[in-house]
Design a protein around this ligand. Sequence first.
Ligand SMILES: NC(=O)c1ccc[n+]([C@@H]2O[C@H](COP(=O)([O-])OP(=O)(O)OC[C@H]3O[C@@H](n4cnc5c(N)ncnc54)[C@H](OP(=O)(O)O)[C@@H]3O)[C@@H](O)[C@H]2O)c1
Length: 248
Amino acid sequence: MQTSSGIKDKVVVITGASSGIGEATALLLAERGAKLVLGARRSDRLKALADRIAAAGGEATYAPTDVKRRDDLSNLVKLACERYGKLDVLVNNAGVGPISPLDDLRVEEWEEMIDINIKGVLYGIAAALPIFRKQGFGHFVNTASTAGHKTVPNQSVYSGTKFAVRAISEGLRQEAGDKLRVTIISPGFVRTDFVEAVTNPELRAQLAESREKFAISPDAIARAIAFAIEQPADIDVNEIVVRPTAQG
Ligand SMILES: NC(=O)c1ccc[n+]([C@@H]2O[C@H](COP(=O)([O-])OP(=O)(O)OC[C@H]3O[C@@H](n4cnc5c(N)ncnc54)[C@H](OP(=O)(O)O)[C@@H]3O)[C@@H](O)[C@H]2O)c1
């Protein structure tokens, strides 16, 4: 068993594959010949996506997955190994961003962001790292954000979780040694359902308006992820920041 460059025949697990960036990434990688294992909570959407990939001649399977549950991530990774005999890439993409001013004290939403965006990524690492070590190859692709580079009002907690994803990913890269790769993907404003999770009505309206004005297609992020994956095994693309030209 060995890794190879390119995308064809790579086994790729994607969390948060039921919509937005995860869905676009699944479609692009499947088109390029990867074998996809899709995770998210909405299994009806995962089934529809897997069916769509199969109808186009691609290969995909899925399992209902809540990244807040460590066992769900272990099972998702196990499914990939059982079905395809190896795991080449884990895309830790699932994330939520119900942003709000701290004064709102939407503490449950703070906890949700920490549990999904930080602990979810850690559970993904815990599930895949031992497998990557045993195989002698493997690639983590962790979705951070431009909010993981710069904090602005109303985004303290979300931004904090994405700073954490970047710190954890960089630490992982340094510990990973000469066989495992770690890529951080930091999108700017992308046209997805992300905004719907915002419960503060003024902020949701503002974000929806900005999304209409300048957000970019999730395909742009999928292409960045594909670029990182398709490099030869001795090339580790450490971080890609992709944002709308019009984003300040
Ligand atoms: N859109 C942007 O402007 C933007 C910018 C920077 C970074 N990002 C990051 O990009 C990633 C994808 O977001 P998106 O923009 O594509 O938004 P999206 O369309 O809302 O997709 C979020 C995905 O995460 C999944 N998810 C949420 N909670 C989950 C949980 N507990 N367990 C498993 N899956 C869960 C959702 O699936 P289910 O609901 O079916 O579980 C969905 O598939 C996130 O990490 C986000 O922080 C987005």
